[in-house]
Design a binder for this molecule. Sequence first.
Ligand SMILES: C[S@@+](CC[C@H](N)C(=O)[O-])C[C@H]1O[C@@H](n2cnc3c(N)ncnc32)[C@H](O)[C@@H]1O
Length: 276
Amino acid sequence: MSVEQFYADNRANWNDRARVHARSELYRLDQYRTDPTCISPVVRFDQQQFGSFEGFSIAHLQCHIGTDTISLERLGAASVVGLDFASDAIEVAREVAETSGSKARFVEASVYDAPAAIGETVDLVYTSVGTICWLHDIVRWADAVSGLLASGGRFYIRDTHPVLFVFEEIDGEIRPHFNYSYTVDEPLSWDEDTTYTDDPDSVGIRNTRHHEWNHSIADIVNALVGAGMRIDRMDEHSGVPWQFVPSCTREGDLWYLPEPLRSQIPALFSLHATKL
Ligand SMILES: C[S@@+](CC[C@H](N)C(=O)[O-])C[C@H]1O[C@@H](n2cnc3c(N)ncnc32)[C@H](O)[C@@H]1O
């Protein structure tokens, strides 16, 4: 299968998911529409890691239906532009922004084309939770991040730790799956009519086929360094914002593996970098 076909499958799958997520309890879009203080749990977490977003012009890569983008604006960003390749996600994001009085701009494009599609440099490139696993070429991704920044511009990412992707649960037992390499050239392909918001009407997913790539920490760091970025800090976290396997238990907005794995396996990483 060609790379173009992988992305066509993923785009169709994300268009379906955008519609299902827009109706979901997890994304609770009505709260963003009616309560100007509503901030997404993803951005709340990232604020603790990054510090204040106040005054930053921000490009948000893989913005999905805009809840995190609008949250960044509500936390004082000078301007925000969200980018996503799923037209339905962008349509939902624009509707929520318009209804809630947000000035956020939303652009439909592939991450790889972000500098041209956004058309300006920003102070901060932000991307969080469920992002680079959808990209086959981590070097092109890092070049796009760098291309959105002038010297001194900042980058922040939080995403699934590649070590977590090696694990799966079978019959209540969580263990490494030998087909799930720590880093893969070929994607792992799935056929699922459900999504992580776990709605009864997940039947809205008609384009079920999707493909994900796992990128090692070394590949992520080296891609950013190769794109002219200095790595300032990296952290590892144990909570994931979705039920990674059935045995995960929920605490607040995050799900945790059962002990002792919870203490042994990093679930997410966050990374801060600066354009040289
Ligand atoms: C898991 S969501 C982002 C999650 C975000 N934290 C949220 O909860 O709203 C992943 C997003 O990446 C987008 N995406 C996947 N591949 C992409 C690509 N190559 N270029 C741009 N967007 C892409 C999908 O359309 C989807 O909206």
